[in-house]
Design a protein around this ligand. Structure first.
Ligand code: SIN
Length: 303
């Protein structure tokens, strides 16, 4: 028996595989392709305090090796989320990582407290890096704003906090170190890269919101590089993400230093991908004579 458990900020996950926020819908039981109970953690689509409509269509465009999205984080608001979804998510079994965002520092703190009071979340993921909102990216774009929001939330709640950072910065290590100094207990690396597609017939940007966030295998080496660099100098666990499409990709992220991995865009291509990643990691560990998945975290730095 190989030990697949990992620990993120004191939370034990049965295995290191989870969905990236917004990339996995929990369907009614009879419609499920993948059993959510096999996941290391469940992550919701980022919620705000109030209901939001999201961005105008078109919202998605397939690109070479990836997907450009400008969804704009539509949602029902935190109270309706708690009323309609949280109970069902919590009943699935794996620990819940609740992704939140706010329009101000005060709003981030308010949502964090509301979620903490439900007693159902194990970890809060602060979405500080959505490139599709007017103000979505700026939290993680400057050290000052990043420090302000992360320290305010970590003071407001006792739940551990993971900061989801943007790759669109000059120095990702500096931003990761800032989040850690502000009290983040973990890092989610990385959110999407801002991109553009132009409709040459209409001669205008294709997406309703003009720009979008690029995800999928096209960004994998870029995201992997961020994880590798941050692991070297920031000593809090990393949830690695960015184009993971197979167990091999997940193993790469873990060897680079990720304690856990999140699968995003590829869930839309292969709804079974997360189960395949869990099984593939297990087989890889057995074939390489490891007894625990923890043994491979950051191993690429030691050789
Ligand atoms: C979106 O809903 O626009 C994507 C969320 C994100 O990139 O954080």
């Amino acid at each position: 028996m190989i030990d697949l458990t990992v620990k993120i900020a004191g939370v034990t996950l049965g295995n290191p595989v989870m969905p990236a926020s917004g990339c996995f819908e929990i369907l009614p039981e009879q419609e499920r392709v993948l059993d959510p109970a096999i996941l290391g953690a469940i992550v919701n689509k980022t919620i705000f305090l109030k209901a939001r409509a999201g961005n105008p269509p078109p919202r998605i465009r397939e690109t070479p090796g990836g997907m450009l999205n400008s969804i704009g984080i539509p949602g029902e608001g935190v109270e309706a989320f708690i009323e309609h979804k949280l109970g069902a998510l919590s009943a699935l079994g794996p620990p819940l990582i609740i992704s939140i965002a706010g329009n101000s520092v005060e709003e981030f703190c308010r949502i964090a407290r509301i979620i903490e009071d439900t007693g159902k979340a194990e970890l809060l993921e602060l979405n500080l890096s959505c490139p599709n909102l007017n103000d979505g990216l700026h939290w993680a774009a400057r050290k000052e704003t990043l420090f302000e929001v992360v320290s305010a939330v970590t003071e407001a709640v006792s739940l551990p906090v993971a900061a989801k950072l943007s790759p669109a910065v000059t120095d990702i290590v500096e931003m990761a170190a800032t989040a850690r100094k502000a009290g983040a207990a973990a890092l989610s690396l990385v959110n999407t890269f801002k991109g553009l597609v132009i409709d040459i017939e209409k001669k205008r940007p294709l997406l309703g919101n003009i720009t979008g966030g690029l995800s999928g295998p096209a960004i994998r080496p870029l995201a992997l590089y961020c994880v590798y660099e941050v692991y070297r100098s920031v000593d809090i666990p990393i949830i690695g993400m960015g184009g993971i499409a197979s167990w091999r990709d997940a193993v790469e992220f873990m060897l680079a230093g990720a304690t856990a991995v999140a699968v995003g865009m590829y869930n839309f291509v292969n709804p079974l991908v997360m189960a395949e990643v869990v099984e593939g990691i297990d087989r890889y560990l057995a074939a390489n004579s490891f007894s625990s998945v923890k043994e491979i975290i950051g191993l690429a730095h030691r050789i």
